[in-house]
Write a protein that binds this ligand. Structure first.
Ligand code: GYE
Length: 378
Protein backbone atom coordinates (compact mmCIF):
# COMPACT_ATOMS: atom_id res chain seq x y z
CA UNK A 1 0.00 0.00 0.00
CA UNK A 2 2.76 2.42 1.04
CA UNK A 3 4.74 1.32 -1.99
CA UNK A 4 1.71 2.02 -4.18
CA UNK A 5 1.33 5.51 -2.72
CA UNK A 6 4.97 6.36 -3.36
CA UNK A 7 4.64 4.99 -6.86
CA UNK A 8 1.58 7.03 -7.74
CA UNK A 9 3.05 10.18 -6.21
CA UNK A 10 6.22 9.81 -8.27
CA UNK A 11 4.18 9.13 -11.38
CA UNK A 12 2.03 12.18 -10.71
CA UNK A 13 5.06 14.42 -10.34
CA UNK A 14 6.65 13.05 -13.51
CA UNK A 15 3.43 13.75 -15.28
CA UNK A 16 3.23 17.33 -14.02
CA UNK A 17 6.79 18.36 -14.70
CA UNK A 18 7.73 16.35 -17.77
CA UNK A 19 4.32 16.77 -19.44
CA UNK A 20 4.48 13.08 -20.24
CA UNK A 21 0.75 12.70 -20.01
CA UNK A 22 -1.72 13.56 -22.71
CA UNK A 23 -3.93 16.64 -22.38
CA UNK A 24 -6.85 14.52 -21.33
CA UNK A 25 -5.04 13.00 -18.36
CA UNK A 26 -5.70 14.43 -14.96
CA UNK A 27 -4.26 14.02 -11.51
CA UNK A 28 -6.75 12.94 -8.94
CA UNK A 29 -6.19 13.48 -5.22
CA UNK A 30 -7.80 10.78 -3.14
CA UNK A 31 -8.98 11.33 0.44
CA UNK A 32 -5.93 9.34 1.60
CA UNK A 33 -3.47 11.78 0.12
CA UNK A 34 -2.72 9.53 -2.87
CA UNK A 35 -2.39 11.06 -6.29
CA UNK A 36 -3.52 8.93 -9.20
CA UNK A 37 -3.51 9.56 -12.91
CA UNK A 38 -6.89 9.33 -14.54
CA UNK A 39 -7.71 9.41 -18.22
CA UNK A 40 -10.63 11.45 -19.44
CA UNK A 41 -13.54 9.04 -19.66
CA UNK A 42 -12.07 6.52 -17.22
CA UNK A 43 -14.06 6.22 -14.07
CA UNK A 44 -12.45 5.84 -10.68
CA UNK A 45 -15.40 7.19 -8.76
CA UNK A 46 -14.22 10.79 -8.80
CA UNK A 47 -15.36 13.90 -10.61
CA UNK A 48 -13.64 17.07 -11.72
CA UNK A 49 -14.99 20.54 -11.59
CA UNK A 50 -12.37 22.17 -13.75
CA UNK A 51 -11.06 25.62 -12.96
CA UNK A 52 -11.44 28.36 -15.54
CA UNK A 53 -9.48 31.61 -15.45
CA UNK A 54 -12.51 33.08 -13.70
CA UNK A 55 -12.20 30.34 -11.09
CA UNK A 56 -14.88 27.88 -12.08
CA UNK A 57 -16.74 26.30 -14.96
CA UNK A 58 -19.56 23.83 -15.02
CA UNK A 59 -18.65 20.19 -14.44
CA UNK A 60 -17.52 19.64 -17.95
CA UNK A 61 -20.73 19.27 -19.91
CA UNK A 62 -20.09 22.44 -21.82
CA UNK A 63 -22.65 24.46 -19.91
CA UNK A 64 -22.29 28.17 -19.29
CA UNK A 65 -19.89 29.57 -16.75
CA UNK A 66 -21.39 31.50 -13.88
CA UNK A 67 -20.25 34.74 -15.49
CA UNK A 68 -22.68 34.29 -18.38
CA UNK A 69 -25.80 34.69 -16.31
CA UNK A 70 -27.39 37.69 -14.73
CA UNK A 71 -26.98 37.36 -11.00
CA UNK A 72 -27.51 39.44 -7.92
CA UNK A 73 -23.88 38.80 -6.95
CA UNK A 74 -20.66 39.23 -8.88
CA UNK A 75 -20.02 37.42 -12.14
CA UNK A 76 -18.33 34.43 -10.59
CA UNK A 77 -21.01 33.88 -7.96
CA UNK A 78 -19.15 35.50 -5.09
CA UNK A 79 -20.59 38.31 -3.05
CA UNK A 80 -19.32 41.88 -3.72
CA UNK A 81 -17.68 41.57 -0.31
CA UNK A 82 -15.55 38.71 -1.68
CA UNK A 83 -17.37 36.05 0.32
CA UNK A 84 -18.35 32.80 -1.38
CA UNK A 85 -22.12 32.52 -1.60
CA UNK A 86 -23.40 29.06 -0.67
CA UNK A 87 -27.09 28.14 -0.66
CA UNK A 88 -28.23 25.20 1.49
CA UNK A 89 -31.69 23.67 0.94
CA UNK A 90 -32.12 21.79 4.22
CA UNK A 91 -34.80 19.09 4.76
CA UNK A 92 -36.38 20.63 7.86
CA UNK A 93 -36.01 20.53 11.64
CA UNK A 94 -37.78 17.25 12.37
CA UNK A 95 -35.20 15.62 14.64
CA UNK A 96 -32.24 16.09 16.96
CA UNK A 97 -30.03 14.65 14.20
CA UNK A 98 -31.26 17.29 11.78
CA UNK A 99 -30.54 20.13 14.23
CA UNK A 100 -27.00 18.79 14.70
CA UNK A 101 -26.48 18.71 10.92
CA UNK A 102 -27.78 22.27 10.55
CA UNK A 103 -25.46 23.43 13.32
CA UNK A 104 -22.48 21.72 11.66
CA UNK A 105 -23.20 23.57 8.40
CA UNK A 106 -23.85 26.93 10.09
CA UNK A 107 -20.66 26.69 12.14
CA UNK A 108 -18.67 25.85 9.03
CA UNK A 109 -20.05 28.37 6.52
CA UNK A 110 -19.47 31.53 8.53
CA UNK A 111 -18.37 34.94 7.29
CA UNK A 112 -15.13 34.52 9.26
CA UNK A 113 -14.48 31.42 7.15
CA UNK A 114 -15.17 33.38 3.95
CA UNK A 115 -18.76 32.40 3.18
CA UNK A 116 -22.11 34.06 2.77
CA UNK A 117 -24.49 31.27 3.81
CA UNK A 118 -28.06 31.20 2.52
CA UNK A 119 -29.89 28.64 4.67
CA UNK A 120 -33.43 27.48 3.83
CA UNK A 121 -35.39 25.17 6.15
CA UNK A 122 -37.71 23.43 3.66
CA UNK A 123 -40.02 22.09 6.35
CA UNK A 124 -40.11 18.60 4.83
CA UNK A 125 -41.83 19.95 1.74
CA UNK A 126 -40.24 19.08 -1.60
CA UNK A 127 -42.03 21.95 -3.35
CA UNK A 128 -40.41 24.42 -0.96
CA UNK A 129 -37.07 22.75 -1.58
CA UNK A 130 -37.44 23.02 -5.37
CA UNK A 131 -38.33 26.71 -4.99
CA UNK A 132 -35.24 27.27 -2.86
CA UNK A 133 -33.06 25.66 -5.54
CA UNK A 134 -34.64 27.82 -8.21
CA UNK A 135 -33.97 30.97 -6.20
CA UNK A 136 -30.35 29.96 -5.58
CA UNK A 137 -29.87 29.63 -9.34
CA UNK A 138 -31.63 32.92 -10.09
CA UNK A 139 -29.51 34.75 -7.55
CA UNK A 140 -26.33 33.13 -8.82
CA UNK A 141 -24.92 31.55 -5.68
CA UNK A 142 -21.53 29.99 -6.24
CA UNK A 143 -22.37 26.55 -4.78
CA UNK A 144 -25.59 24.79 -3.85
CA UNK A 145 -25.85 22.25 -1.05
CA UNK A 146 -28.93 20.02 -1.26
CA UNK A 147 -30.16 17.51 1.32
CA UNK A 148 -32.91 15.84 -0.74
CA UNK A 149 -36.11 15.27 1.25
CA UNK A 150 -37.06 12.38 -1.05
CA UNK A 151 -35.07 10.49 -3.67
CA UNK A 152 -37.00 11.42 -6.81
CA UNK A 153 -37.96 14.58 -8.65
CA UNK A 154 -34.86 16.79 -8.68
CA UNK A 155 -33.74 16.36 -12.32
CA UNK A 156 -35.09 19.67 -13.66
CA UNK A 157 -33.75 21.68 -10.76
CA UNK A 158 -30.31 20.09 -11.07
CA UNK A 159 -30.26 20.66 -14.80
CA UNK A 160 -30.99 24.37 -14.27
CA UNK A 161 -28.14 24.63 -11.79
CA UNK A 162 -25.83 22.83 -14.18
CA UNK A 163 -26.82 25.10 -17.08
CA UNK A 164 -25.95 28.07 -14.87
CA UNK A 165 -22.58 26.50 -14.02
CA UNK A 166 -23.38 26.12 -10.32
CA UNK A 167 -22.01 22.90 -8.78
CA UNK A 168 -24.51 21.09 -6.54
CA UNK A 169 -23.20 19.14 -3.56
CA UNK A 170 -25.68 16.55 -2.27
CA UNK A 171 -25.48 15.79 1.44
CA UNK A 172 -26.93 13.12 3.75
CA UNK A 173 -29.77 11.49 1.76
CA UNK A 174 -29.35 10.02 -1.70
CA UNK A 175 -30.99 11.10 -4.90
CA UNK A 176 -32.17 9.05 -7.89
CA UNK A 177 -31.09 11.67 -10.49
CA UNK A 178 -28.19 10.76 -12.74
CA UNK A 179 -24.83 11.44 -11.10
CA UNK A 180 -23.78 13.60 -14.07
CA UNK A 181 -26.26 16.23 -12.84
CA UNK A 182 -24.42 17.04 -9.60
CA UNK A 183 -20.85 17.50 -8.45
CA UNK A 184 -20.62 15.02 -5.58
CA UNK A 185 -22.33 13.45 -2.58
CA UNK A 186 -21.40 13.21 1.14
CA UNK A 187 -23.53 11.14 3.49
CA UNK A 188 -24.23 7.84 5.21
CA UNK A 189 -24.48 4.28 3.97
CA UNK A 190 -28.03 3.67 5.14
CA UNK A 191 -28.24 0.04 3.99
CA UNK A 192 -25.09 -0.69 5.97
CA UNK A 193 -26.68 0.97 9.01
CA UNK A 194 -29.70 -1.33 8.60
CA UNK A 195 -27.50 -4.42 8.31
CA UNK A 196 -25.51 -3.31 11.38
CA UNK A 197 -28.76 -3.08 13.35
CA UNK A 198 -29.87 -6.59 12.35
CA UNK A 199 -26.44 -8.06 12.99
CA UNK A 200 -26.40 -6.52 16.44
CA UNK A 201 -29.83 -8.10 17.11
CA UNK A 202 -28.67 -11.54 15.94
CA UNK A 203 -25.64 -11.37 18.26
CA UNK A 204 -27.75 -10.08 21.18
CA UNK A 205 -30.30 -12.89 20.83
CA UNK A 206 -27.47 -15.44 20.67
CA UNK A 207 -25.79 -14.01 23.77
CA UNK A 208 -29.10 -14.29 25.61
CA UNK A 209 -29.76 -17.86 24.45
CA UNK A 210 -32.76 -16.76 22.37
CA UNK A 211 -31.44 -17.53 18.89
CA UNK A 212 -33.97 -20.29 18.19
CA UNK A 213 -37.03 -18.43 19.55
CA UNK A 214 -39.59 -16.86 17.22
CA UNK A 215 -38.90 -13.13 17.18
CA UNK A 216 -41.67 -10.65 16.35
CA UNK A 217 -40.33 -7.43 14.93
CA UNK A 218 -42.21 -4.17 14.36
CA UNK A 219 -40.62 -1.32 12.47
CA UNK A 220 -41.33 2.38 12.78
CA UNK A 221 -40.19 3.70 9.43
CA UNK A 222 -38.72 7.14 8.74
CA UNK A 223 -40.28 9.56 6.25
CA UNK A 224 -41.77 8.09 3.06
CA UNK A 225 -39.55 8.35 0.02
CA UNK A 226 -36.42 9.34 1.97
CA UNK A 227 -33.33 7.29 1.17
CA UNK A 228 -32.52 7.05 4.89
CA UNK A 229 -35.80 5.12 5.23
CA UNK A 230 -35.42 2.84 2.21
CA UNK A 231 -31.75 2.10 2.93
CA UNK A 232 -32.22 1.23 6.60
CA UNK A 233 -35.26 -0.91 5.76
CA UNK A 234 -33.53 -2.82 2.96
CA UNK A 235 -30.39 -3.40 5.00
CA UNK A 236 -32.26 -4.64 8.06
CA UNK A 237 -34.64 -6.85 6.08
CA UNK A 238 -31.84 -8.42 4.08
CA UNK A 239 -30.37 -9.91 7.27
CA UNK A 240 -33.75 -10.50 8.95
CA UNK A 241 -35.13 -12.59 6.09
CA UNK A 242 -32.11 -14.89 6.21
CA UNK A 243 -32.83 -15.77 9.87
CA UNK A 244 -35.86 -18.03 9.39
CA UNK A 245 -37.35 -17.34 12.84
CA UNK A 246 -37.61 -13.52 12.64
CA UNK A 247 -41.12 -12.32 11.79
CA UNK A 248 -41.30 -8.87 10.23
CA UNK A 249 -44.79 -8.26 11.57
CA UNK A 250 -45.54 -4.69 10.49
CA UNK A 251 -43.96 -1.43 9.33
CA UNK A 252 -45.49 2.03 9.36
CA UNK A 253 -44.06 5.51 9.04
CA UNK A 254 -43.39 7.66 12.08
CA UNK A 255 -41.98 10.43 9.85
CA UNK A 256 -38.70 10.64 11.80
CA UNK A 257 -40.52 12.49 14.61
CA UNK A 258 -41.26 11.83 18.28
CA UNK A 259 -45.00 12.32 17.77
CA UNK A 260 -44.92 9.91 14.83
CA UNK A 261 -43.03 7.28 16.83
CA UNK A 262 -45.48 7.63 19.70
CA UNK A 263 -48.57 7.28 17.48
CA UNK A 264 -47.27 4.24 15.56
CA UNK A 265 -46.11 2.44 18.72
CA UNK A 266 -49.44 3.12 20.44
CA UNK A 267 -51.28 1.58 17.48
CA UNK A 268 -48.90 -1.42 17.47
CA UNK A 269 -49.44 -2.00 21.21
CA UNK A 270 -53.22 -1.97 20.68
CA UNK A 271 -53.02 -4.36 17.75
CA UNK A 272 -50.27 -6.86 18.64
CA UNK A 273 -49.90 -8.84 21.88
CA UNK A 274 -46.52 -10.34 21.34
CA UNK A 275 -43.88 -7.73 20.44
CA UNK A 276 -40.23 -8.68 20.90
CA UNK A 277 -38.46 -5.91 19.02
CA UNK A 278 -39.29 -2.37 17.90
CA UNK A 279 -36.94 -1.01 15.24
CA UNK A 280 -37.21 2.78 15.32
CA UNK A 281 -35.54 4.40 12.33
CA UNK A 282 -34.34 7.42 14.32
CA UNK A 283 -33.88 8.52 17.92
CA UNK A 284 -36.88 10.85 17.98
CA UNK A 285 -39.20 8.02 16.95
CA UNK A 286 -37.62 5.84 19.64
CA UNK A 287 -38.33 8.49 22.30
CA UNK A 288 -42.00 8.56 21.25
CA UNK A 289 -42.20 4.75 21.14
CA UNK A 290 -40.69 4.44 24.64
CA UNK A 291 -43.28 6.92 25.94
CA UNK A 292 -46.14 4.90 24.41
CA UNK A 293 -44.73 1.64 25.84
CA UNK A 294 -44.47 3.09 29.34
CA UNK A 295 -47.95 4.61 29.15
CA UNK A 296 -49.33 1.19 28.21
CA UNK A 297 -47.73 -0.26 31.35
CA UNK A 298 -45.20 -2.25 29.29
CA UNK A 299 -41.41 -2.27 29.61
CA UNK A 300 -38.52 -1.92 27.17
CA UNK A 301 -34.73 -1.61 27.02
CA UNK A 302 -32.07 -4.03 28.29
CA UNK A 303 -34.06 -4.93 31.43
CA UNK A 304 -37.54 -4.75 29.84
CA UNK A 305 -39.73 -6.83 27.53
CA UNK A 306 -39.40 -5.03 24.24
CA UNK A 307 -35.98 -4.62 22.62
CA UNK A 308 -35.58 -1.09 21.23
CA UNK A 309 -33.23 -0.54 18.30
CA UNK A 310 -32.63 3.06 17.26
CA UNK A 311 -30.63 4.99 14.67
CA UNK A 312 -28.70 8.31 14.83
CA UNK A 313 -26.90 7.99 18.20
CA UNK A 314 -27.46 11.60 19.22
CA UNK A 315 -26.55 12.66 22.76
CA UNK A 316 -30.24 12.29 23.70
CA UNK A 317 -30.16 8.75 22.27
CA UNK A 318 -27.15 7.95 24.45
CA UNK A 319 -28.98 9.37 27.46
CA UNK A 320 -31.99 7.12 26.71
CA UNK A 321 -29.63 4.12 26.68
CA UNK A 322 -28.14 5.22 30.01
CA UNK A 323 -31.71 5.58 31.36
CA UNK A 324 -32.38 1.96 30.34
CA UNK A 325 -34.93 2.70 27.58
CA UNK A 326 -33.02 1.86 24.37
CA UNK A 327 -30.90 -1.26 23.74
CA UNK A 328 -28.68 -0.08 20.91
CA UNK A 329 -28.13 3.01 18.79
CA UNK A 330 -26.75 2.76 15.26
CA UNK A 331 -24.75 5.88 14.56
CA UNK A 332 -25.54 8.24 11.71
CA UNK A 333 -22.98 11.04 11.66
CA UNK A 334 -24.49 14.50 10.93
CA UNK A 335 -21.25 16.51 11.12
CA UNK A 336 -20.98 17.02 7.38
CA UNK A 337 -20.10 20.75 7.32
CA UNK A 338 -16.29 20.40 7.31
CA UNK A 339 -16.43 17.71 4.58
CA UNK A 340 -18.49 19.96 2.34
CA UNK A 341 -16.17 22.91 2.99
CA UNK A 342 -13.20 20.74 1.96
CA UNK A 343 -14.99 19.82 -1.28
CA UNK A 344 -15.63 23.50 -2.00
CA UNK A 345 -12.02 24.36 -1.21
CA UNK A 346 -10.90 21.80 -3.78
CA UNK A 347 -13.37 22.97 -6.42
CA UNK A 348 -12.25 26.56 -5.91
CA UNK A 349 -8.73 25.43 -6.77
CA UNK A 350 -9.95 23.40 -9.75
CA UNK A 351 -9.03 20.11 -8.13
CA UNK A 352 -10.90 16.87 -8.56
CA UNK A 353 -13.34 16.01 -5.79
CA UNK A 354 -14.42 12.61 -4.53
CA UNK A 355 -17.72 11.72 -6.15
CA UNK A 356 -18.96 9.73 -3.17
CA UNK A 357 -17.85 10.08 0.45
CA UNK A 358 -19.27 8.10 3.35
CA UNK A 359 -19.25 9.40 6.89
CA UNK A 360 -17.51 7.35 9.56
CA UNK A 361 -20.04 5.66 11.86
CA UNK A 362 -20.30 3.00 14.58
CA UNK A 363 -22.72 0.84 16.60
CA UNK A 364 -23.27 1.70 20.27
CA UNK A 365 -24.94 -0.80 22.62
CA UNK A 366 -26.49 0.45 25.89
CA UNK A 367 -23.73 -1.02 28.07
CA UNK A 368 -21.16 1.31 26.45
CA UNK A 369 -23.30 4.45 26.53
CA UNK A 370 -22.17 5.96 29.84
CA UNK A 371 -18.49 5.66 28.91
CA UNK A 372 -18.92 7.04 25.40
CA UNK A 373 -21.39 9.93 25.92
CA UNK A 374 -18.91 12.47 27.41
CA UNK A 375 -16.82 12.37 24.21
CA UNK A 376 -19.72 12.78 21.80
CA UNK A 377 -19.89 15.92 19.66
CA UNK A 378 -23.67 15.90 19.01
O1 GYE B 1 -31.74 9.70 10.72
C1 GYE B 1 -33.25 11.48 11.00
C2 GYE B 1 -33.47 12.69 10.20
O2 GYE B 1 -31.61 11.76 6.75
C3 GYE B 1 -30.11 10.53 8.05
O3 GYE B 1 -33.23 12.28 8.88
C4 GYE B 1 -31.17 11.56 8.04
C5 GYE B 1 -32.33 11.22 8.91
C6 GYE B 1 -31.99 11.01 10.37
O4 GYE B 1 -34.58 13.36 10.43
O5 GYE B 1 -33.15 11.72 12.38
Amino acid sequence: MIKRRIWVAVLAMMCMFASGCGNDDMIVLTPYGDAIIQNEGSSTGTRTTAASPAGRTSDGNGAATAGEQETAGTEDGSDPSGLIRVGFAQVGAESGWRLAQTQSMKETFTEENGYLFDFVDCNNNQKTQLQALERFVEEGVRYIILDPIVEDGYEDALRKAQDAGIPVIIVDRNISADASLYACWVGSDFAREGRDAAQWLAAYLRENGRESEDVNILTILGSDGASATTGRTEGFEEIAKAQGNWNLVDRQTGDFSKDGGYAVMKAYLDKYDDIDVAVCQNDDEAFGAVEAIKEAGRTCGPKGDIIIISFDATAAGFQAMIDGDINVDIECNPLEGPFVAELIRKMEKGETVEEIQYMEEGVFPAEEAADVLPARAY
